[in-house]
Design a protein around this ligand. Structure first.
Ligand code: PGA
Length: 246
């Protein structure tokens, strides 16, 4: 299966000039055989970045209408966007997004033939209380409610333990812990749909990925790719991560 490395720029960089420079350098330098490299940039830059595999970091749950401050699937499609991150823990935490919102967004994205990148994962508290399986199962089941087998194949799932995000290598999720979660996610998909579907759906890892740990996750955690935050803003570091997939 083709691997996928996704850059999540979050609320960065500060200027269009920097965004254009980073995007064009990533397109030139961050390449590896049999790997798709996707850049999820802030909305304001999307129409001004020229290249393929462009992603957004959110979308409106309705196609159009009176939703002040929102950006729709139609607008994103018009700009050539192909992927959209949904349910990132920062959106769940700071913008109160819940599984119902996430489910609506996945549905509208699939209708528009855009690829949802669904982020799931437990908080530190949940992890310590051994609630990881319940959290993952609930997030997946509610996010994928009423989504058909044919469509779920286009959803990319990312296991992102909230406690391992933005830790700058301080608190990484071990490869074994990641693998256990990935296997569990596939088991849930298999129960919700079937084995063939669970084999096809891409499951990625995200959380403090850098050029020192990326190869280990890819080789040993049974992931189909990585979602990269902070390290994706550093061209050298991001290029090394992409190359490590080979
Ligand atoms: P990080 O972010 O790589 O900076 O930990 C990952 C993410 O939140 O997608």
């Amino acid at each position: 299966m083709k691997s996928i490395i996704i850059a999540n720029w979050k609320c960065n960089p500060n200027s269009l000039k920097e965004a254009k420079k980073l995007f064009s350098e990533v397109n030139k330098k961050a390449k590896a055989k049999n790997t798709d490299v996707v850049v999820c940039a802030p909305f304001v830059y999307l129409g001004l970045l020229k290249g393929k595999n462009l992603g957004a970091q959110n979308v409106c749950f309705e196609e159009k209408g009176a939703f002040t401050g929102e950006v729709s699937t139609l607008m994103l499609k018009d700009l050539g966007v192909e992927y959209v991150i949904i349910g990132h823990s920062e959106r769940r935490k700071y913008f109160n997004e819940n599984n119902l919102d996430i489910n609506k967004k996945i549905k509208i994205l699939l209708e528009a033939k855009l690829k949802p990148i669904l982020c799931i994962g437990e908080t530190k508290q949940e992890f310590e209380a051994h609630l990881k399986p319940e959290v993952i199962e609930t997030q997946l089941t509610e996010a994928l409610k009423d989504i058909k087998k044919e469509d779920v194949k286009n959803v990319i799932i990312v296991y992102e333990p909230v406690w391992a995000i933005s830790s700058n290598g301080g608190e990484n999720c071990s490869v074994d812990e990641t693998m256990t979660s990935v296997v569990f996610i596939r088991k849930i998909i298999s129960e919700l749909y079937n084995r063939d579907t669970s084999d096809i759906v891409k499951v990625l890892y995200g959380g403090s990925v850098n050029s020192f740990n990326s190869a280990d996750y890819i080789k040993n955690a049974r992931v189909d790719g990585l979602l990269v935050g902070a390290s994706s803003l550093d061209l050298e570091e991001f290029s090394l991560i992409v190359k490590s997939v080979e």
